[in-house]
Design a protein around this ligand. Structure first.
Ligand code: NI
Length: 490
């Protein structure tokens, strides 16, 4: 009996059968050692238990890493707050791997746009673990704020359990209108079509001034298409950069032109310009003095212009000459002398036609050919224009593309051709801050000029160029009869 029990125990099984007959080992094997059972158990182990335990280990590790990283991040923030941004009043936010310190004066809109820009431009895709940015507004004027953004990119240093600085960059500043909290646009700076035309003129001048061989690009510059609100411009309170049309890049051998604000003072809203630069804008320092601008049309003429230049030089007076293209082509040296002696050259078009009655193509040619002749002779493009007979309409003004200068004191020298009468006519019609019309092709005008200047100065008039008289602020699509008489051409 005992032996029997032992036998059963050795088999590891027990049967309640009456016979005390041992259970055949085959029966046991039939379920315990079935190969499918083993596979199932293994599968269970592989599919649930191992990953489960691995996952648990992972969770624990991740939680640990998260804690370590949080500690490191707090230390970093503390360090930055005390060392780098000690006076900051920044608002700190965290989204994913982006930690941002933002100036509290920033609108959510500006902040979001800046953050989006940072996300795009920083090395997030290169696997940075933490990207810290500080967005700060620096007021430039009462109207403009500069957004200064500093970005620091960190990687997690597993060994030292700390964030390791990988890269630091200061993003090119952007500008907002502090009153609206919106990005400054070209339209804020350049408020209308007349200003846009002035910018176009300035770009043409700059292209020629900065070219190694200006004459080789003169045609390209004169044919530079007009600008519109889609013309790409890059604004900063220090300068304005104009991106040239793609199809002009090759011919002009450059992609953009940077203009300095004093050169385009008349074309920009100074509220968007750095005050120290606005302080250097050209100004007509009249200081309460009466002023007069002498203007001479229809030259240059070798019989009379040299005498007029000699008188002006002797009296130390500067005047404005509206030259005819056809005369400039004939006497380029005289045109050049006028410019070199400090006088202002304006365009009087080429053939002295009444432009109002001409075709658009002819108007364009009259103006373009004169610009070309004056540039070739004197190295400058005229910034002012006086259409013959003062005849102007919107079309002429559009093609002229620069301020139109009329007059309010007509010497009638072209009619009387008499020195005494010319002087008398001016004396009886003089108006302070006016523009006198004369012609440097009239011998009587050349003859009377010394006496005229003496009389004007004796009356307390300061003699200035048209530019100065109009406070360097004249605009295309406007016509000027005197300092106080400006009219929009529509
Ligand atoms: Ni004329």
């Amino acid at each position: 009996m005992l032996q029997l029990f032992r036998k059963y125990f050795e088999k590891g099984s027990f049967s309640m059968s009456n016979s005390f007959e041992p259970v055949p080992p085959e029966n046991k094997r039939s379920w315990l050692y079935n190969k499918w059972t083993i596979i199932s158990l293994l599968a269970l182990l592989v599919l649930i238990i191992i990953p489960g335990s691995l996952y648990s280990v992972h969770v624990v590790q991740a939680e640990l890493l998260e804690k370590e990283q949080l500690v490191a991040e707090q230390q970093l923030v503390q360090k930055l707050e005390t060392e780098i941004y000690p006076d900051n009043q920044f608002v700190q936010t965290k989204e994913g791997d982006f930690l941002t310190f933002a100036d509290p004066t920033l609108s959510d809109e500006v902040k979001a746009a800046t953050q989006e820009f940072i996300a795009k431009t920083t090395a997030k895709e290169n696997g940075a673990d933490l990207i810290l940015s500080a967005i700060h507004v620096q007021p430039i004027t009462a109207k403009v704020g500069e957004i200064v953004t500093k970005v620091i990119v960190y990687d997690w240093d597993t060994e030292h359990k700390t964030y390791k600085e990988m890269d630091q960059q200061v993003i090119d500043p952007t500008y907002i209108d502090l009153t609206t909290q919106k990005a400054v646009t070209t339209k804020d700076l350049i408020t209308d079509e007349a200003h846009l035309m002035s910018i176009h003129n300035a770009v043409q001048q700059a292209l020629l001034k900065e070219a190694k061989d200006p004459e080789s690009i003169l045609d390209q510059v004169l044919d530079l298409p007009a600008f519109d609100w889609d013309t790409q411009m890059i604004y900063s309170p220090q300068s304005l950069t104009v991106v040239l049309p793609k199809n002009k890049e090759q011919a002009l051998d450059r992609k953009k032109v940077t203009l300095s604000y004093p050169d385009i003072a008349r074309a920009v809203n100074a509220e968007y310009v750095e005050p120290s630069i606005v302080a250097t804008f050209p100004k007509n320092e009249a200081n309460g003095k009466k002023q007069i601008a002498l203007t001479f049309d229809d030259g240059p003429n070798p019989a009379t212009t040299p005498s007029i230049l000699a008188t002006l030089k002797e009296k130390n007076v500067h005047a404005t000459f509206f030259q005819l293209g056809q005369q400039v082509e004939k006497f380029p040296d005289l045109a050049k002398q006028v410019h070199e002696e400090g006088h202002l050259i304006g365009s009087h078009t080429f053939h002295h036609l009444n432009l109002v009655t001409q075709s658009n193509d002819l108007i364009q040619d009259e103006i373009r050919d004169t610009d070309k002749a004056i540039f070739k002779a004197s190295g400058i493009l005229p910034t002012l224009i006086r259409p013959p007979y003062g005849a102007v309409n919107k079309t002429v003004a559009d093609y002229s593309g620069r301020p139109i200068i009329q007059w309010d004191i007509d010497s009638l020298d072209w009619k009387t051709k008499n020195a005494a009468k010319t002087l008398q006519q001016i004396q009886t019609t003089i108006i302070p801050n006016g523009i006198i019309l004369m012609h440097d092709i009239q011998p009587s005008t050349a003859a009377v000029l010394p006496q005229l200047i003496d009389w004007l100065q004796g009356q307390g008039y300061e003699l200035v160029t048209v530019d100065q008289l109009l406070d360097y602020d004249a605009l295309p699509l406007h016509q000027y009869f005197s300092q106080d008489d400006e009219r929009v051409i529509s």
